[in-house]
Write a protein that binds this ligand. Sequence first.
Ligand SMILES: Nc1ncnc2c1ncn2[C@@H]1O[C@H](COP(=O)(O)OP(=O)(O)OP(=O)(O)O)[C@@H](O)[C@H]1O
Ligand code: NI
Length: 393
Amino acid sequence: MTTRSDPTEALPTHRPSPPAPSTPLLSLRGLSVRFRMPAEERDGDRGGRRRGTAPPRYVAAVTDATLDLLPGEVLALVGESGCGKSVMAGAVLGLLPGNAEIAGAAMAGGIDLTTADERTLARRVRGRLIGLVPQSPGTHLTPVRTIRAQLEEAVRELHGLPRRTPRGRLREEAERAADRAWFPLDHLDAYPHELSGGLAQRAATALALVGDAPVLLADEPTTGLDRPLVERTVDQLRLLADQGRGVLIVTHDLAAAERVADRIAVMYAGRIVEVAQAREFFAGAGPRHPYAAGLLDALPSRAFTPIAGMPPELSRLPGGCAFAARCAHATDVCREGVPALLTPSAPGPAATGTGTVPAAPASGAVACHHPLGAPAARPRPKPPAEDLEPVHD
Ligand SMILES: Nc1ncnc2c1ncn2[C@@H]1O[C@H](COP(=O)(O)OP(=O)(O)OP(=O)(O)O)[C@@H](O)[C@H]1O
Ligand code: NI
């Protein structure tokens, strides 16, 4: 993809104040996804139990995720590769493979996305309630068709319009979508290869905006882009949120998240382990979960110290906190029980509210038996080898 600069790529500097937080646009409640895997012959089975009679294995890709996405906010979902971010996004769009088993709920526009049939998902959810900003505009755009033709086709499909629909209507809707993504109308007749990287990204975003969905889901929207293009891409998502949409960015790129996110949700081994205000997380008191602190410390702009060890296999999760084996703060209690996602002020689990619909943690929630920055009265674990305490305390 080319990344040459283009004067038409300047984004408007006007930044309207975000609307007051109100009803969530997307609500996950105890969302879990596991993949059923073919049974495996285990050690000791040979000669005894025959292959195929062993119990099936499961990959616990997402476990008990509770989270709200509010109008006007950019929420960044971060975590190491394989921790379940894309599976969570796929569950929301009804795009999981056949071996996926889902529990819990994911509500948007009054529809439970986990139980909706394919017809509902295709007609009412994808593109209409939730727009998907693709990872790689280069592969998302069809090389042999102009941007205008692709947008018009998307309009036709999304609105279920017949082939004979008057051109004017398609044209108008396509131009409206281009305009929403700040794609210059005088480039609409270009082919994808004629566009700069930034304009290709905007063309792909325009496709996601054809149905003017209130929720935008961007799974790794900046992978493979150079720094200036990363910044333009996420700034554009920020502006789309400022207009009242809810934007969920799934990313490895903590610098991009710091640049545009209002809130951060950190995932580890399939669970949300921390939800924080981005300002607090990056520039204020800092992360409260030792894993989240480790992610920040791993950044080249910070301590540049990777987290020792590897995440557990999602088909063989340990009994307690999944991070305990890598955590300098872990004690016996960590290995015994999975910590609930708690906010400091809430007496019970943050995911437990009043009424039948439990509340989601807004921010300041952490799933840790020994959260960082906790009162000194908390029993302090012994650091395992080197004295690592100053890094965290
Ligand atoms: N169809 C599938 N069958 C079995 N396991 C799967 C399937 N799809 C994904 N997984 C597993 O689910 C886990 C979560 O994967 P996911 O793609 O959500 O990770 P991710 O956090 O998005 O990682 P990355 O940052 O690399 O994109 C991984 O262990 C992955 O191997
Ligand atoms: Ni992913």
